[in-house]
Design a protein around this ligand. Sequence first.
Ligand code: NAD
Length: 401
Amino acid sequence: MASIDFDVIGRHVDLSDTTRRMLTRPEKQVMLNLSVRLGNDEVLITDCYVVLQNSARGPAKGGIRVSNAVTLEETRDLAERMVWKTALVRIPFGGGKSGIRVDPAALSIHGRVAVFKEYVHILQGELLSGEYIPEPDMGSGPSEMAVIYGETHMLESVTGKPPRVGGLPGRHEATGRGVAAAAREGLATRLKQDVAGATVAVQGFGNVGSHAALFLHEAGARVVAVSDVTGGLHNQAGLDVPALMRHAAETGSLEGADGGDAISNTDLLALPVDVLAPCALENVLTADTAPAVRAKLIVEGANGPTTPEADRLLDDGEVVVVPDILANAGGVIASYIEWRSAKSGSITKKADVYADIERIIADTFTEVEALARDRAVSLRTAAEVLAVTEVVEAMRERGWT
Ligand code: NAD
């Protein structure tokens, strides 16, 4: 089980059996029992998974997913993607991930605070040593990161904190900012098209999806469809993204929002748009849904939204896919800036954070694009070749292999 196909990557990178085994086996994977008193008559007893995949390039970095669907396998897959992502954009972190198996919507504010206090309690070794540095993922956000900081008393122990609580201005919006930058690079390089006037559909209207839609809207793109777990909204003339964000902030979802016609999540994936940005779940583009895709460019805001079969079908159909490890790296780039500021005590402005994200995404895109052309491979394979090379070289330099 690996998020990338080492047989394909092995054609481009010299991988010994030892190296391959080291890359695929996590350095640490644990399942912890999380028991939390939520109220007088209610005790939550659930699983918490933590995977520290590879630390050759630095401490394990990766988000905390809170969902009643998380599994150890999913946490491993996501931890591995973090190894490649941090390596591809050359930030000095390794990859890790954690998952807390509970429906975040079912928890009160008090319940969330209690769960995250307990998370720190059961994981204090990894958090206080700096071996693992968490950040937000699906189901967690700045408030939860603030709880972690409150418990560790260490600014650098967690990123994605609210700016008022030791966080970085722009970190919350960073992944969406990077998705928009990746879309702009893909449009310019592969479609010879400007982002202004391009049509866009975004699946998922949480942190990543809503900010990606907002930044593309601000850049002059026409966002014609957005969706969340409650369904979607479509308007060929373009949606009012800021108004939809206000609606989602006030009500918690897109349900009841106006400005367009209802559209299902499946139909959204088949819209004839320039850019399709899946920003919700993994495995939404499958052998079943990929043949219907009419978008020219797919920008993977979510982690793992495209299955390997769908990837082959999209490639055959000449749909360009900007892979997750490049497209959604904006968040971890900002996390690195936040961590570095915490270490040094420096203060960084939002505009500088955005500028760094855009420069790193654009430079990395150029490098990935050049290798893809040179080797006649997809952007995904090129990105993975670059990332795996970085990690393998770091392991060699450390004397691990
Ligand atoms: P989030 O919890 O803020 O939002 C998730 C969104 O997906 C919500 O709008 C939700 O309604 C929607 N959704 C859930 N189930 C759905 C379904 N069945 N169909 C359609 N929509 C559905 O999560 P997020 O932080 O925006 O993360 C989204 C994806 O981006 C995940 O794959 C995550 O791993 C990835 N990611 C997040 C970050 C980050 O900084 N938050 C960074 C990199 C990658």
